[in-house]
Write a protein that binds this ligand. Structure first.
Ligand code: COA
Length: 160
């Protein structure tokens, strides 16, 4: 059985992430969407909100679990008995950072493989940062995120 961990900060989960998760749900037995606390990124939304939103958005997939974590990814992967770390590669610019992460994770957890999928091209330019920024300035993000995410962002900006 292949258990996959798909880690990220997901501040917020976008349609690009969902597209990648839907693709991986067709390929693997069980996917754990691992939402990192990522305090260094100073997320707009707290960890519980990010987890709750991802659960709502991914509710149509039955081999998906959404979990928050704040420890080392390699330790979290071992705790979950997972054997694969999945990451998305949107553009060449993602490669250098992903290469570094994958190599560090191989040192920390030698039996775990990092695999990469590309999202559909209409999502290749999205990032959570750009979605947050457009939403904070009142732009239309309805093609980029689930309606619940758009509403949660609006609320978060109002109270920020
Ligand atoms: N569609 C849309 N956007 C995507 C995407 C996709 N398919 N794939 C990635 N992105 C975007 C994200 O929205 C994010 O945008 P942002 O920087 O504007 O927030 C960016 O690409 C990449 O970030 P993300 O996927 O959230 O990952 P991250 O770089 O924030 O987090 C972790 C990386 C969580 C995996 C890493 O920090 C980690 O492992 N942390 C745990 C602590 C640890 O073990 N550290 C040592 C690692 S060796």
């Amino acid at each position: 059985m292949n258990i996959v961990v798909y880690p990220g900060t997901f501040d917020p989960i976008t349609n690009g992430h969902t597209d990648l998760i839907e693709r991986s749900a067709r390929l693997f037995d069980h996917i754990i969407v691992a939402i990192a606390a990522s305090p260094k990124k100073r997320p707009l939304m707290d960890l519980d909100t990010r987890v709750e939103l991802a659960r709502d958005v991914l509710g149509h997939l039955d081999n998906i679990e959404v979990v928050g974590f704040s420890n080392l990814l390699a330790d979290f992967v071992r705790e979950k008995n997972a054997n694969i770390i999945l990451r998305g590669l949107r553009a060449v610019s993602d490669f250098e950072y992903e290469f570094q992460l994958a190599n560090m994770n191989r040192v920390l957890a030698p039996t775990v493989e990092s695999l990469f999928l590309t999202p559909a091209e209409q999502y290749s330019y999205i990032s959570s940062t750009i979605v947050r920024e457009v939403s904070s300035l009142g732009g239309d993000i309805s093609t980029l995120v689930h309606p619940k995410v758009a509403a949660a962002l609006k609320k978060a900006h109002a109270s920020a």
